[in-house]
Design a protein around this ligand. Structure first.
Ligand code: JHZ
Ligand code: SAH
Length: 408
């Protein structure tokens, strides 16, 4: 849907960035589908009223989330650990009622987080519209409904299963264009003592690190505490805590509740003040960001062209959704990057969206390693460095673009 109006405040958006035509971030495809490939104009708008950073146009949700969704959460062991801790913290938090607690997770994917509740026999429900990953969750004993969340679905769940103690989400809330409807639904769905705990890539990190690859079709919003406080405040809900996370290159976990249900922690006031200092409340910040994004593109393209001129072999590591933005915005194709290795079976044997670089199994990287590997899964660097000691010992080098383009 295209809108020149802010999805939260209804006021006019100011266009701050333009990435040109972009394909679906997770639209890995076979060669026979190249001629029908879908593209949309990827532009960013910002509103100084809601302080929300958002896509002006987003492809229809059904185009992105369906029965062959390419992203499986459990491909990262570190993320599995992270969600185990997340679940543990919710269980320990004191927010769950002692008698028959009920936990809901939005976008539970393959069950990576909810399985930790299922294992403890805690009543839970996952809401996941992508059928292939929802089936995977159900296979792991996670009770999952294959639907898009909406205010209407919230009403149905309350009637059928009652209100929840905790409403959880990770890397999902920022995907849903009717976010106001989602918040209205959440308000009905949680008990008077209930909490919402969710995390998403953090706008403050994206700006500080020029990690513009967090911008793609699925991410209709990049949140800050300022925009979340405004959004939930409109429905009588309150931001009571914020907890920075290292995941996905810098995320923020937000804890919200009905207005007045719990004291607001100092962490909220402190982060809001920090965001004002960083300029997340004003347009001029995004003008500087735009210049930084353009510089990042120039540096990456120059580096890859230099390596090509030197006859070096360059491959990619991790066919991430994020890489779709980098490759298409920078115009990087198979002439500069020979292949991208990825451990996800559904992506292998296909080509990257738009620029059509072959995606190959990890075994190809092991048997036919490049001189340089572009670390598209830079957010998993710790996990990947730990298992790629051999590549580095043999002289293999990494290229990253965050926080600046460099080789190491
Ligand atoms: P990763 C997706 O983003 C899409 P992506 C989505 N919009 C979102 O917000 C986040 O996830 C949560 C592979 N890999 O996590 C697996 C290896 O090959 O950065 C994945 O395909 N070897 C929902 O796609 C990709 O890299 C490895 O050792 O940007 C990582 O994708 C590891 C650790 C991963 O998310
Ligand atoms: N929580 C997991 C998965 C993130 S991927 C993790 O952090 O790894 C985002 C997921 O949200 C996808 O599985 C997608 O199918 C789901 N999703 C997208 N729109 C949704 C909606 N309206 N309601 C519920 N889930 C949604």
């Amino acid at each position: 849907m295209t809108t020149n109006l802010c999805r939260i405040s209804g006021t006019l958006l100011t266009k701050v960035l333009d990435f040109g035509k972009q394909p679906l971030g997770n639209g890995f495809l076979e060669a026979k589908y190249f001629k029908d490939e879908y593209f949309f104009p990827m532009e960013i708008g910002y509103s100084e009223i809601s302080m929300m950073f958002q896509l002006i146009e987003q492809p229809a949700p059904e185009k992105m989330f369906h029965d062959h969704y390419a992203f499986y959460s459990s491909t990262s062991n570190f993320m599995a650990q992270h969600f185990k801790q997340f679940a543990h913290q919710v269980i320990q938090s004191g927010y769950l009622t002692k008698e028959s607690p009920f936990v809901i997770e939005l976008g539970c994917n393959d069950g990576i987080m909810l399985k930790n509740f299922a294992e403890k026999n805690i009543r839970h429900l996952g809401i996941e519209p992508s059928l292939n990953v929802a089936q995977e969750a159900n296979k792991h004993g996670v009770h999952t409904r294959c639907e898009f969340f909406s205010e209407e679905l919230a009403e149905i769940i309350v009637r059928e299963e009652g209100q929840a103690d905790a409403f959880l989400a990770a890397n999902v809330m920022c995907h849903i264009p009717d976010i106001v409807g989602v918040v209205k639904g959440i308000k009905k769905l949680i008990k008077p003592t209930g909490v919402v705990v969710f995390e998403d890539p953090y706008l403050g990190d994206v700006i500080a690190k020029t990690s513009y690859d967090q911008i793609y079709d699925e991410h209709v919003f990049l949140f800050s505490a300022l925009s979340i406080q405004y959004l939930f405040g409109l429905q009588g809900m309150e931001l009571i805590d914020v907890l920075p996370q290292k995941t996905h290159g810098g995320s923020m976990r937000y804890v919200l509740a009905h207005q007045g249900a719990y004291p607001v922690k100092d962490s909220v006031t402190q982060l809001i003040a920090k965001e004002r200092t960083q300029g997340l409340d004003r347009l001029s910040t995004f003008e500087t960001f735009r210049t930084n994004v353009q510089k990042s593109r120039e540096n990456l393209v120059r580096l890859l062209n230099d390596l090509k001129a030197q006859g070096k072999k360059v491959a990619g590591y991790g066919a991430t959704s994020k890489s779709t933005t980098i490759l298409n915005y920078c115009g990087i194709g198979p002439d500069l990057i020979e292949y991208i290795s990825d451990t996800t079976p559904i992506k292998q044997g296909k080509f990257t969206p738009g620029m059509h670089i072959p995606v190959v199994p990890y075994e190809t990287f092991k048997s036919n390693p490049p001189d340089y590997a572009v670390l598209f899964a830079w957010n998993h660097a710790e996990e990947i460095m730990a298992k790629e000691k051999e590549f580095m010992a043999a002289g293999g080098k990494w290229i990253v673009h965050v926080p600046e383009v460099k080789v190491f």
